[in-house]
Design a protein around this ligand. Structure first.
Ligand SMILES: [Zn+2]
Length: 197
């Protein structure tokens, strides 16, 4: 892969001119084609003829990618307060602080999304008395994969509503971690938490 510096030039196809033109690499603020924002000071090839951006070199892809990821919206839902308490207690039980809560939930979402057998147990958990309560607290999950994983898990578990899905996952975490129905998965989690702490 060739790394370009500011001021280097290369011939490129310019869509604006509709022809091959010499382009000079410059730092420009580049608006994204989907209108979702502007990536600041990214190295691009600028057509010498029409002064439009005509080339995105490979080395600039990570900067654009990072921008797109940062723009991705968090998955949020409102939950009864005791649900957040379960997550806080579970994180504590596993050797982490409340900082681990989003990671713990994302771990479960990802794991269950790829385990349809286990995911099919989720709707039953919603019948628990613990699934009730006024939604007064907010859970926010950010990340590259979370939205996709949630979509996949909804299909696997036959749970349409994001809040219901989160409730059922939290109740599963309650069973696994706080009621310790599954010592082996707890051991795995403890190891993961210890590694990232
Ligand atoms: Zn041009």
């Amino acid at each position: 892969m060739k790394i370009f510096k500011v001021g280097d030039s290369q011939r490129a196809i310019c869509e604006h001119c509709g022809s091959i033109q010499p382009a000079t690499f410059k730092l420009r603020d580049v608006p994204l084609s989907d209108g979702s924002g502007v990536v600041k000071k990214v190295l691009v090839g600028v057509c010498d003829e029409c002064d439009q951006v005509c080339l995105l070199p490979h080395q600039s892809v990570p900067a654009v990618q990072k921008h797109l990821e940062a723009q991705r919206k968090a998955v949020e839902c409102r939950l009864p307060a005791h649900m957040l308490d379960i997550l806080g207690l579970a994180a504590f039980e596993l050797g982490g602080s409340s900082d681990f809560v989003p990671g713990l939930v994302k771990y479960y979402v990802h794991k269950l999304a790829h385990d349809p057998g286990e995911a099919s147990r989720l709707p039953l958990l919603l019948e628990s008395e613990l699934a009730q309560g006024k939604a007064e607290k907010r859970l926010s999950l950010k990340g590259r994969r979370i939205a996709d994983d949630i979509g996949q898990l909804k299909a696997a578990a036959h749970v349409e509503n994001t809040t219901d899905l989160m409730k059922s996952i939290i109740l599963l975490i309650n069973e696994d971690v706080l009621m310790e129905r599954r010592p082996r998965s707890i051991q795995n989690l403890k190891e993961i938490f210890a590694a990232v702490a």
